[in-house]
Design a protein. Structure first.
Length: 218
């Protein structure tokens, strides 16, 4: 039971670190991330909010993940719930300053990408299920046999182009995140000797069975 508690603590730490990375990128004041460009583009052509567009995209991507053979675990669900919650909390606490300088903004952009990559490693390595977008990266990495960096970069650039054609806003920071996020994630995975292709995530059904087992054996 202690091992499971530690695993969930690592999951929540990873989600918080991911959220912090996203906020640092936003506060760099150099442009939206590729996924947010897509969300904004969808909101413009459908007249829904960016948040609603994010949820809509999340459901589509997680459905695609399922058909690609990636398991949907408790971590996938908690990602949807707490990713935005932690982002709102960090914004409310105002612990990340807004950049008003290009050089500081570029530094914050790369720092944010690194922090985001570290968060991805922390929560994906628990094996409790990826968030919709990271699960897509993992599934395609397993299917195509390409590196994590290559797959992530292709996803980011494809999402960016799609969102931009829909009318989403892209700045220099958007280009930076699209080009470098995959390489940073691959670098962090190598740093911790983590092979994402070897990860077999537990699905929700397995989580329920384990929970019942722990309760019964108490």
């Amino acid at each position: 039971m202690k091992k499971e508690i530690l695993k969930y603590l690592k999951l929540f730490l990873g989600l918080f670190v991911c959220s912090l990375g996203i906020i640092i990128i936003i506060k760099s004041n150099l442009g939206f991330s590729p996924w947010d460009v897509l969300h904004q583009g969808i909101s413009k052509i459908t007249n829904i909010t960016i948040g609603q567009a994010s949820i809509f995209v999340g459901f589509i991507v997680i459905t695609l993940d399922f058909f690609l053979g990636e398991r949907i675990g408790s971590g996938s669900i908690l990602n949807i719930i707490f990713f935005g919650t932690f982002m709102d909390l960090i914004l409310y606490l105002d612990i990340v300053p807004l950049s008003n300088n290009l050089f500081i903004g570029v530094f914050m952009m790369f720092l944010g990408i690194f922090v985001l990559s570290l968060g991805c490693y922390l929560y994906i390595s628990t094996g409790l299920g990826c968030g919709p977008r990271d699960a897509l990266m993992v599934a395609l990495t397993k299917k195509t046999k390409f590196s994590v960096g290559t797959v992530r970069n292709v996803i980011e650039i494809s999402v960016l182009i799609t969102g931009y054609l829909m009318g989403g806003y892209a700045g220099v920071g958007t280009i930076i995140t699209a080009i470098f996020t995959g390489s940073f994630i691959q670098g962090v995975f190598k740093l911790f000797k983590f092979d994402v292709k070897s990860v077999i995530h537990r699905d929700v059904k397995t989580e329920v069975i384990l929970l019942k087992k722990y309760i019964v054996n108490r």
